[in-house]
Design a protein around this ligand. Structure first.
Ligand SMILES: *Cc1c(COP(=O)(O)O)cnc(C)c1O
Ligand SMILES: [Zn+2]
Length: 435
């Protein structure tokens, strides 16, 4: 029944192209990552031939490298400077959206000294996006697809950050939103998701249960007209992560870094960062050279890391139990692709314990003044572990991603607080040993 429904959606997409009203810029078609089968642009995510995941295929053939670089450099200080490389219409920057991106690439010299990195260490700090996580980048693409396909309700299954990003983007665009999260998320994430006035539904279960429910809703008349940013709009959504790769290289002076440490939830971000780097090479915007991509997980939800270490090609699902809730996807859709990329580039996938995540959050805050959410603790903690094990070369240029804001996961560092409580006089101050 569900398979037939998906087939129905796929053929609907074919009709969309027979009457080509969809303008998503350089996006030319959807192509299957498994068998290469191409279908016209539409709200579909699975191949009608093999049920493999679909991704955007582009036509970049008209671009001249120098003109493209100049056009990007003179573009706005947000992701839309890369609009010629994204599945969005040319006038995207004029439409109401949150304009995320162009976040700082922080040269982290004090953290580098602490970790023993000599080749240059950078933190790509995405905590300053409009809803304080990298998810604004992906939602901005899905929003354009939703507009193009005429959806009026924006939805998602979320581990927390995505729900907030969808709520905010929908509010700004004047669409309805109804988003689904596990019922037991951090208060900061629940409030962030609810405050924009859309509907927020807690599901009794973990993220994988939420996701399964959303897939069912898509196949049901109750879900007609709904654009699920990370389900039926997933091919468009996923492309937003390429902008992290573009920004990192442009901020390095149009150079590839040698090593990147990227968090893994579904694995989409990591796979699209790789796609973005490959595009920059193919377009001649950066000089081709080897780079290594490392994936980071929490031990309490480490299905990809476990498969990497065991030498497996398939990812065995886990039941998540970690404070890194934004990464708590036990059955990651892009897991096998992450394994391919880590192995092909000479990287690795590693995990850290909850106490190591907390230590790493504090280390990053103490050395660089960046307060990361638990996902940032995961990447910094994994970076430290990879250096200790020798998997990551400290003499090479390394970029570590911080994808979210610590204010959303305050519980992780509960117990951090007042140094002293004193009476408002100098004697009391001296007594406390603070002089
Ligand atoms: C969603 C998320 C990620 C990565 O998610 P993928 O599903 O792997 O793309 C990373 N960090 C944070 C904070 C997130 O919310
Ligand atoms: Zn296929």
């Amino acid at each position: 029944m569900r398979k037939m429904r998906r087939k129905g959606l796929a053929s609907m997409a074919v009709q969309t192209v027979a009457t080509p009203t969809v303008d998503l810029g350089p996006a030319a078609a959807l192509s299957c990552r498994e068998c290469g089968h191409r279908v016209p642009l539409g709200p579909v995510f699975a191949c009608e031939e093999c049920f493999g995941p679909l991704e955007i295929a582009y036509d970049f053939s008209a671009y001249d490298t120098d003109k493209l670089r100049a056009r990007i450099e003179s573009g706005p200080a947000n992701i839309w400077r890369y609009a010629p490389l994204l599945p969005v219409p040319a006038d995207v920057a004029d439409k109401p959206n949150l304009n995320p991106g162009w976040t700082p690439l922080v040269k982290a010299d004090r953290l580098a000294r602490e970790l023993g990195v000599t080749g240059g260490l950078f933190v790509k700090d995405d905590s300053g996006n409009p809803t304080h996580s990298f998810k604004d980048r992906v939602v901005a693409q899905a929003l354009e697809a939703a507009r193009a396909f005429g959806f009026t309700t924006l939805s998602c299954s979320s581990t927390g950050n995505l729900a907030g990003a969808v709520g905010a983007a929908a509010a700004r665009a004047g669409l309805r939103s109804c988003v689904f999260i596990p019922h037991d998320l951090e208060q900061g994430k629940v409030v962030m998701a609810a405050v924009y006035g859309g509907e927020l539904v807690g599901i009794e279960g973990n993220y994988d249960d939420v996701n399964r429910f959303c897939s069912e809703l898509i196949g049901d008349p109750a879900g007609e007209g709904w654009g699920f940013v990370n389900v039926n709009l997933r091919p468009y959504y996923a492309e937003g992560s390429k902008t992290l790769a573009y920004e990192i290289c442009e901020q390095l002076g149009w150079k590839l870094p040698d090593q990147l440490v990227v968090p893994i939830a579904s694995g989409s971000q990591l796979t699209k960062i790789d796609k973005g780097l490959k595009e920059l090479i193919a377009l001649g915007l950066v000089e081709d050279k080897p780079y290594k991509i490392f994936g980071a997980q929490a031990e309490g939800c480490s299905p990809v890391s476990a498969a990497f270490k065991a030498g497996h090609d398939v990812v065995r699902p886990q039941k998540p139990d970690t404070i890194a809730k934004s990464l708590a996807i036990g059955n990651p859709a892009d897991g096998p692709y992450v394994l391919d990329i880590a192995r092909r580039t000479g990287g690795a996938v590693e995990d850290v314990t909850d106490p190591q995540i907390v230590d790493a959050i504090k280390l990053l805050a103490r050395t660089e003044g960046i307060f990361a959410e638990t996902a940032g603790g995961v990447t910094v903690g994994v970076t430290r572990k990879l250096i200790e094990s020798g998997a990551l070369d400290p003499s090479l240029t390394t970029v570590v991603l911080n994808t979210g804001d610590g204010l959303k996961t305050l519980d992780a560092v509960a117990g951090t607080g007042l140094t002293a409580t004193i009476r408002p006089n100098l004697d009391s101050f001296r007594e406390a040993g603070l002089a």
